[in-house]
Design a binder for this molecule. Structure first.
Ligand SMILES: C[S@@+](CC[C@H](N)C(=O)[O-])C[C@H]1O[C@@H](n2cnc3c(N)ncnc32)[C@H](O)[C@@H]1O
Length: 206
């Protein structure tokens, strides 16, 4: 099954776009990652959406570039968020030179892809991360019950009514997917919400 994921996201942003508030646990997880980075590190926010996480990073005194395939999300970020640089780019084929970034954050992006894109995306992250650099990734876990699993389109990947897929990762899967990275920290988080249990993994890698 072929799905044009950037197109589905652009449709979604065209329908509704607003500032995404950042929840407290994510702020904590990110700030412990950011704390170890040198102030001159250039950080890529890969799949930055409307740019709030890039802004959070920028406010900590770090240099940040946000990229996203959605023209609407990037236009919104450029208009409303001042400090980081934003570019409309495909995060699977960025065109940046190898080793361009001392740190990369990828928040809730990898789980939006089908298997083929997931593999390509991870290869691109590896290519862009400079030796000794750090990568922060957040993805949904298979314990998450907040989304409908009615329509499975690939093993562990489901499609939502808006045409956007999501993949629910197991621990083994995430570890094997990042076998070209050194995993420094892998944490599983669970939180009860009114839509069910929100469950995700955060990883810090080099
Ligand atoms: C769940 S949102 C997360 C956005 C942001 N990281 C955040 O945490 O608010 C997923 C984002 O991935 C972007 N995206 C999907 N496919 C992409 C691609 N091929 N290249 C760049 N961005 C992509 C979407 O446009 C969307 O902004």
């Amino acid at each position: 099954m072929t799905i044009n994921i950037p197109k589905a996201w652009e449709r979604r942003f065209k329908e509704k776009i607003n500032c995404q508030s950042m929840n407290l646990p994510l702020k904590m997880w990110l700030s412990s990652f950011l704390r170890v980075l040198d102030k001159n590190t250039i950080i890529l926010d890969s799949g930055c959406g409307t740019g709030e996480k890039a802004y959070y990073i920028y406010k900590r005194g770090l240099k940040v570039i946000g990229i996203d395939s959605s023209a609407s999300a990037i236009a919104f970020a450029k208009k409303n968020i001042h400090g980081p640089e934003f570019f409309k780019k495909d995060c699977i084929r960025t065109g940046f030179k190898p080793n361009s970034f001392g740190a990369i954050v990828s928040i809730a992006v990898l789980h939006c892809f089908m298997k083929r894109e997931r593999l390509k995306y991870i290869r691109e992250l590896r290519r862009l991360l400079s030796p000794g650099g750090y990568l922060f990734v957040l993805v949904l876990s298979s314990d998450d019950t907040t989304k409908s699993r009615e329509k499975e389109i690939e093993k562990g990947t489901f499609i939502q009514s808006n045409g956007i897929p999501f993949h629910l990762f197991t621990n083994e899967e995430i570890v094997s997917l990042f076998n070209n990275f050194k995993i420094i920290e892998l944490k599983h988080h669970k939180k009860k919400t009114d839509k069910g249990v929100m469950a995700c993994y955060t990883l810090i890698m080099s």
